[in-house]
Design a protein around this ligand. Structure first.
Ligand SMILES: *Cc1c(COP(=O)(O)O)cnc(C)c1O
Length: 385
């Protein structure tokens, strides 16, 4: 693998002014990987602030519903602020502090990465500004208010489709201009190298804990790992520690209206080479998903490599299927999942059909569904019965 690439994917497709800052970031990141003090600090905040380790829960009701296979849930929904996003935000803001940066910027779609970053910035007393499309500001008013409560300034973006990809463009522009004192916290395993590697490292705590926990509980590794894929951070964090365990199969579930891995083609987007949804002129397509967190036209470059080498399989899940998954988990287990995570559960009926023997399945429950109850009600959940 050449530097900065995952197979032929990834790289650093950025303006000249960002090359040196990215080099600096890369150097500091590799230094922290070997630094006991940084690791100790990260472990401390994971344990006492995020609430780690999160549980690996045997979902008996779900296991019975799906033919007696053993199904475990990795409970990232129990993290502070409601999802896996804070693992990465804490890691990157700690890194920003080490680099002596005084200002944090981020982009957000649904507002969840914005809230996680605002939380980490408040924790460490750093100034924080978050770019957000005006369409998303309208749809996610509560998260805008949360960020403001945390002392973050939300900057409205009214270009393009006024959603996540436009917010990323503006955040990148800000970073180019203010790179001396500003650290850009990217929310998933996307963007120019070393971001995809860095975010993977901070999220890999999910898979490392799962491995330890399942060995203790089952005395063996799982047969299947399932996770939803937006940019791809909860899934990579869950999968990567099992990469060398070839018998553990990885399945990534995308929103059908934003399925860059299942339906896209190779292109350059947001500073990386990866699978992306684009037209024949390379214009990025508009995407749609009921879950704002999966509504992104690309996926991280490492996923593109997993796809091409067949290390993982990726399937699209429709909004209606996701809503069924949402309801199934709520009813069977008393856990309302995030609509993003519901995409992973929605694949269970198809998965169990292809299994020939009793299997052990672990699913990453990337976040809790409180934020989605409104959406689900509006979609007249009851009509789906
Ligand atoms: C943001 C988000 C996702 C999608 O992002 P990934 O980088 O693909 O993990 C999935 N689930 C939840 C709960 C999220 O907040």
């Amino acid at each position: 693998m050449s530097k900065g690439y995952f197979g032929k994917f990834g790289g650093r497709y950025v303006p000249e002014t960002l090359v040196e800052p990215l080099n600096e970031l890369e150097r500091e990141f590799f230094r922290t990987l070997k630094d006991k003090r940084f690791k100790g600090e990260l472990a401390h905040y994971f344990a006492s602030f995020v609430g780690r380790p999160t549980g690996l829960y045997l979902a008996k009701g779900l296991s019975e519903r799906f033919g007696g296979h053993t199904i475990y849930l990795k409970r990232e929904d129990m993290c502070h602020t409601g999802s896996h996003k804070l693992n990465n935000a804490i890691g990157q803001v700690l890194l920003a502090r080490r680099l002596g940066k005084t200002r944090i910027i981020a982009e957000t779609g649904a507002g969840q990465h914005g809230v996680a970053t605002a939380t980490a910035a408040a924790l460490f007393g750093l100034k924080c500004e978050v770019y957000m499309g005006t369409e998303d500001i309208r749809r996610q008013a509560l998260n805008v208010f949360r960020m403001e409560l945390l002392g973050t300034k939300v900057i409205p973006v009214s270009s393009g489709s006024r959603t996540l990809k436009d917010a990323i463009n503006d955040a990148m522009r800000d970073w180019v201009t203010n790179v001396r004192d500003t650290f850009y916290v990217i929310g998933s395993v996307v963007g120019p190298y070393p971001y995809p590697l860095m975010v993977k490292e901070f999220q890999s705590v999910i898979g490392r804990e799962t491995k330890r926990q399942i060995l203790a509980l089952e005395g063996r590794l799982p047969d299947y790992l399932l996770a939803c894929v937006g940019g791809g951070s909860n899934s990579i964090g869950f999968f990567a520690p099992f990469y060398g365990d070839r018998r553990v199969k990885f399945i990534g579930l995308e929103a059908a209206g934003a399925a860059s891995l299942a339906k896209g083609s190779i292109g350059v987007f947001h500073g990386m080479k990866t699978y992306v949804l684009q037209d024949s002129d390379g214009q990025i397509n508009e995407t749609h998903s009921i879950s704002a967190g999966l509504d992104y036209p690309g996926a991280g470059p490492e996923h593109s490599m997993y796809k091409d080498t067949k290390r993982a399989e990726y399937y699209p899940i429709t909004d209606a299927e996701a809503l069924k998954g949402f309801k199934t988990l709520s009813e069977c287990e008393g856990i309302i999942p995030a609509l993003e995570s519901a995409h992973a559960f929605a694949y269970l009926p198809q998965l169990v059909k292809r299994l020939s023997r009793r299997s052990v399945i672990a699913i990453c429950l990337s976040g809790r569904g409180d934020k989605d109850v409104d959406t689900a009600v509006h979609k007249k959940l009851r009509d789906l019965r």
